[in-house]
Design a protein around this ligand. Structure first.
Ligand code: NAG
Ligand code: NAG
Ligand code: NAG
Ligand code: NAG
Ligand code: NAG
Ligand code: NAG
Ligand code: NAG
Length: 591
């Protein structure tokens, strides 16, 4: 023991010498965007003691508001989720009807040893402003219950006017400013109008920075679609008047034929060497803006910000070059996965549900359990992935009261995902499967389902004798998108598959299509390609703010009563695998 601690003390003493002897990165870096691929919109970031932290928007998915940590700006580890327990906002998730309500753009800041995340949660007819605080962003439990405030609009920024009146402020969409009491959530009234932007729609996503005696107000403008942009203004006084920069916008890909579109809604921060960087959202769609299943992703750009001058933001492209980067370093605390790493989850006894898997709203208690020997058990929900969205009469069929779905972000243009299913349904309409899921009205599913006997003459005769015999275990491929969904495609499960688990897989055939296939886990060569669907079904539409998840579900398709399905429909999942096979950084280049 003594020797060990002596040698580690020596190592610590030697460390500075060792690192200064390591080759210094003095040359400008090159890297690829997006650095945080997959659905990661509205990034807000800060750097503390050489570690970069970002939060992104998650709307109604839960757990929400992920914090990613990185020491090199390229490898981003999931450190925690700020919104991670129902008791932080009791009863609110299940009352959230809309597919794109929930946690909008947050701001992440660090001060006096605490991290703060400020956000607006949108629920039917109100906005709930929330400020969470943590001293340890690597643990979910470190995040406090929120202090609640009631601002009129979204996208709060948090700014301490240290060199001015010493007070704490939130700026929100508009752009308006209010003083906030972080203990009580009380806001000063009336809000002070700071700037209306340069004339684009939706001036929003404000962030305030104090630099060289100026207050800089950087905002998003033009809406989060093809006209999106970042603009900036500055003032000697926090409350204005603000002078707009004459060369606005300072960042946009509007009106270009770039592959990365919708660039906007960003935040600026410095690395430990003092160089400025920014992160914003972008969509890999090209100007056609039709197929972009990953939605709005987070991109990194170098920023040059000389004393007294306006910041210069480098245009967003797939291949970037800029300031020297910190050396590659995956030694980041916490037990979450890196965003760009593959998943290999076996759900063995004693493990918990992996940190990067999320649900659509807060799940029902007991719906997802890692069992002692059967893998991940999913107790079905009465609502299927579509259900009857927006039903006040039957919320248990609307998805509001817990949808039995679990998924991870599609983080690669090309990828394969598969999971092994053990399922022995007892009643008609019990179903379990895999899905590419954007919203309850945009998804592509391959399920194993017990169908009622099909009506042909001999079946009808047999049904009279024994109902169970007429039921049929089938593979069902169905899609939900704009317009009336096509008839599902149904293939009987071959009899010789019934002895063991069935492997269900989703793979990107290319940048625009998914193939969904089934096979006996013991004999993947017997694979049946059940269906192919366009990624256009899970691009934009009713989910223009969100991005696709791939994952597993179980449902009884409305059978049962209340929130309970008929007995016997639990599904068991093992061998969950996701792996990336290529990122498009332009229409033609894959890295
Ligand atoms: C949720 O909705 C129900 C029914 O409208 C209401 O009684 C309850 O107060 C709501 N809960 C919260 C936390 O808003
Ligand atoms: C922004 O527009 C509103 C509504 O027209 C106006 O009341 C406000 O004074 C404007 N703010 C500024 C800073 O010009
Ligand atoms: C290095 O990157 C910075 C930031 O993008 C840029 O201002 C500078 O011109 C680059 N230097 C070289 C030699 O390319
Ligand atoms: C999904 O559930 C609804 C009832 O909530 C039902 O009407 C619909 O047919 C189900 N879809 C399928 C494919 O079974
Ligand atoms: C319909 O009847 C035929 C003849 O008995 C039978 O072979 C077939 O399996 C039945 N079809 C279905 C879908 O059950
Ligand atoms: C992408 O894959 C789909 C499904 O296999 C195919 O129909 C389509 O032609 C492919 N597109 C390209 C550009 O290869
Ligand atoms: C989907 O979008 C259509 C058209 O805007 C709208 O009428 C419908 O209510 C939306 N459905 C959901 C579930 O959000």
């Amino acid at each position: 023991m003594k020797l060990l601690s002596l040698s580690s003390a020596l190592l610590v003493l030697l460390a500075p010498t060792v690192s200064s002897a390591a080759p210094a990165r003095s040359e400008n870096s090159t890297y690829y965007n997006p650095v945080l691929p997959g659905w990661h919109s509205d990034p807000s970031c800060t750097q503390v003691d050489g570690t970069f932290f970002c939060v992104t928007s998650t709307f109604i998915s839960f757990p929400g508001l992920p914090i990613y940590a990185s020491k090199d700006l390229i490898n981003w580890k999931l450190a925690s989720h700020v919104w991670n327990r129902e008791t932080q906002l009791p009863g609110v998730s299940w009352n959230t009807t809309g597919q794109q309500q929930g946690m909008y753009a947050a701001t992440l800041r660090h001060r006096d040893g605490s991290f703060f995340v400020v956000c607006e949660y949108l629920v039917t007819d109100e906005n709930i402003g929330v400020v969470f605080r943590s001293a340890d962003p690597f643990r979910d439990e470190g995040w406090s219950d929120p202090v609640v405030f009631h601002a009129d609009s979204i996208d709060p920024d948090l700014f301490w006017d240290d060199e001015g009146d010493g007070k704490t402020y939130v700026a929100t969409q508009g752009i308006v400013l209010q003083e906030i009491n972080l203990q009580t959530g009380e806001l000063s009234q009336p809000p002070v109008s700071l700037w209306n932007g340069t004339g684009g729609v939706w001036p929003e996503g404000p962030h305030l920075y104090k630099k060289d005696g100026w207050y800089y107000l950087m905002i998003a403008e033009g809406g989060t679609e093809l006209d999106h942009s970042i603009t900036i203004a500055r003032s000697r006084n926090l409350k204005g008047p603000y002078e707009a920069y004459e060369h606005n916008p300072i960042l946009t890909n509007r009106g270009t034929d770039e592959y990365f579109q919708t660039v906007g809604h960003g935040d600026l921060f410095q690395d430990a060497a003092g160089n400025w960087w920014g992160m914003s959202l972008a969509t890999r769609s090209g100007p056609d803006w039709e197929i972009y299943p990953m939605g709005r992703e987070a991109v990194l750009f170098p920023v040059t910000w000389d004393e007294g001058s306006w910041p210069v933001l480098q245009p967003v492209r797939g291949e970037m070059s800029g300031w020297p980067m910190p050396p590659s370093n995956r030694d980041v605390p916490g037990d979450g996965p890196f965003n760009s790493d593959p998943d290999a989850y076996d759900f063995v006894a004693g493990t918990s549900i992996p940190r990067n898997l999320v649900h659509w709203r807060v799940p029902r208690a007991g719906a997802f359990t890692v069992t002692s020997s059967r893998g991940l058990q999913i107790v079905p929900s009465r609502n299927n992935l579509t259900g009857t969205p927006y039903s006040e009469a039957t919320p248990e069929l609307s998805g509001q009261q817990g949808l039995s779905f679990i998924g991870r972000r599609q983080t690669d243009t090309l990828f394969t995902f598969s999971v092994d299913l053990t399922f022995d349904p007892q009643e008609a309409d019990q179903e379990a499967g895999v899905t590419v899921f954007l919203t309850q009205v945009n998804h592509i599913d391959l399920g194993v389902v017990l169908l009622p006997g099909r009506s042909n003459a001999s079946c009808a005769a047999r049904r009279k004798r024994e109902i169970a015999e007429t039921q049929e275990l089938a593979l069902r491929f169905r899609t939900e998108g704009t317009g009336t969904p096509p008839e599902p495609k149904i293939i009987a499960v071959p009899k010789d598959w019934l002895d063991g688990p069935i492997r269900l897989s989703i793979e990107a055939a290319n940048a625009t299509h998914y193939n969904l296939a089934a096979m006996p886990a013991a004999n993947p060569d017997a694979r049946i390609l059940v269906g192919t669907a366009s990624a256009g079904l899970v691009s934009g539409g009713n989910g223009s703010f969100v991005g696709s998840l791939v994952g597993a579900y179980a449902t009884c398709n409305g059978a049962g009563a209340g929130v309970e399905c008929p007995e016997g429909g639990n599904a068991y999942f093992t061998r969950w695998r996701y792996s990336g096979a290529g990122q498009y950084i332009s229409e033609t280049e894959v890295v």
